[in-house]
Design a protein around this ligand. Structure first.
Ligand SMILES: Cc1cc2nc3c(=O)[nH]c(=O)nc-3n(C[C@H](O)[C@H](O)[C@H](O)COP(=O)(O)OP(=O)(O)OC[C@H]3O[C@@H](n4cnc5c(N)ncnc54)[C@H](O)[C@@H]3O)c2cc1C
Length: 403
């Protein structure tokens, strides 16, 4: 139902994704009234496959009081293995030592479980959440902003948090000179399936540089298989919405010549609801003006290869909320927020892009070189990852992270 919110809200949050709901929880915990406006329906929160939260994301969730609840609905993800199409193991990385140092395990969970817990908590704390409210227009007024929604509703707020993802309408309306997200050349799909004949991966994400695509899966005990696939696709084809059966046929065909476990999983896939063309944004000069601030993918869209986008979005919510408490006015808080966050998130966007480029190697020579250097690349990269995952947004949100 279209809700015209009569009184001026202190804070309006656009988008009930990871960043928007995490921010709603943080602000409500600090006693701030908030309203969240989400373009999609309540039912669509069950969409999407799964994601992995890194230790820094789980630790950021401690500030929301939700780390244990989230860990309880996911699979501890303690390291990974990577094989090549010939079935040769290129790398096996046990990440438990760095997770011990960080104070949390990585956790793989359904996206709907993450959003469900955040949504439930935001509601329990008294946040207003309006679904089917797609932001269409923003008018800056003397005392705040007036928002217009595609369903005809309107609302006023003292300030606005744009948490509306990579294609952020807030960003386009408030910062029209911003660069557009860039297509990385890769498209991702994923799913969760009950496949009793697939063996458990014992806490590891198993990944494969297949002949034509990069496949990953994890299975805990008798639980379901969480799988993803990532493949090069030209932008036009990636943006054309493929039929679920066609997409599944494509994934089966991409892995027809690959080692047995991956082939076995891919052969069972009959429908994939949608594909995600991977876009990122290396640098956004302005994340805020006096009345508006951007968080999550809206400010720093990151490709999924580093497994950090959702964790960064949660960290953003924790840090922004601390900045608001520390500074006298929202505009001062927004400026501090960008200063504290920008270097870290831009570094991760770069690292993630580099990881993605390894997935696009083709030709025998390039593949030979990739297989040769990958173990060094991963071991060296794991030192950087360690520095990234050690950061504690829950303990020191106003300190500038080393990375
Ligand atoms: C295939 C894939 C796999 C991924 N895997 C991982 C992973 O393993 N680990 C990880 O950490 N990250 C992963 N990511 C990245 C992660 O999903 C994002 O970084 C994260 O969801 C960003 O959160 P967000 O809240 O900023 O944006 P989103 O989660 O995209 O939420 C934005 C919300 O805003 C809403 N919205 C959009 N426009 C409007 C509007 N005009 N008005 C109102 N609402 C609007 C949207 O409907 C949406 O609900 C993956 C991404 C993809 C595509």
């Amino acid at each position: 139902m279209a809700a015209s919110v009569a009184q001026t809200l202190p804070v309006a949050i656009i988008g009930a994704g990871v960043a928007g709901l995490a921010l709603a929880v943080m602000l409500r915990r600090r006693g701030q009234a908030v309203a969240v406006f989400e373009a999609r329906s309540r039912a669509s929160m069950t969409e999407g496959a799964f994601l992995t939260l890194a230790p820094n994301g789980i630790n950021a969730l401690r500030a929301l009081g939700l780390a244990e609840r989230i860990a309880a609905v996911g699979i501890p993800t303690l390291g990974f293995e990577i094989m090549n199409a010939g079935g040769h193991r290129l790398i096996h990385l046990d990440e438990r030592p760095s997770m011990r140092e960080a104070g949390a395990d990585s956790v793989t969970l359904r996206r709907s479980d993450l959003l469900g817990v955040l949504h439930q908590e935001a509601m329990a704390l008294g946040a207003e959440i309006h679904f089917d409210h797609a932001l269409a227009g923003i008018e800056v007024q003397q005392s705040g902003v007036r928002l217009a929604f595609a369903n005809g509703a309107e609302a006023s707020a003292s300030w606005l948090a744009g948490c509306d993802g990579v294609w952020s309408r807030t960003r386009r309306l408030c910062f029209p000179a911003s660069p557009d997200p860039v297509y990385t050349g890769l498209t991702g799909v994923g799913g969760v399936a009950d496949l009793p004949n697939v063996p458990s991966t014992d806490g590891l994400m198993h990944m494969l540089f297949g002949e034509k695509a990069f496949f990953g899966h994890i299975k805990s005990g008798d639980g379901p298989v969480f799988w993803f696939d990532s493949f090069p696709l030209d932008e036009e084809a990636a943006l054309a919405r493929l039929d679920p059966a066609q997409l599944a046929a494509m994934v089966r065909q991409l892995h027809a010549g690959d080692p047995s476990t991956v082939r076995r999983i891919s052969e069972t896939i009959t429908e994939i609801p949608r594909a995600y063309p991977v876009f990122d944004m290396a640098h956004l000069p302005r994340w805020h003006d006096d009345r508006t601030v951007l968080l999550g993918d809206a400010a720093h869209a990151v490709s999924p290869h580093a497994g950090q986008g959702a964790s960064m979005a949660i960290e953003d919510a924790v840090v922004l909320s601390a900045c608001l408490e520390d500074r006298a006015s929202p505009e001062q808080a927004f400026a501090l927020f960008q200063t504290l966050r920008q270097r870290r998130v831009e570094h991760i966007v770069k690292v993630s892009r580099r990881i993605g480029s390894r997935k696009q190697a083709t030709g025998r020579v390039a593949l030979f070189i990739r297989d040769l250097i990958l173990p060094f690349f991963v071991r060296f990269g794991s030192r950087t990852t360690r520095a990234v995952t050690r950061y504690r947004a829950d303990l020191a949100p106003l300190s500038k992270p080393a990375l």
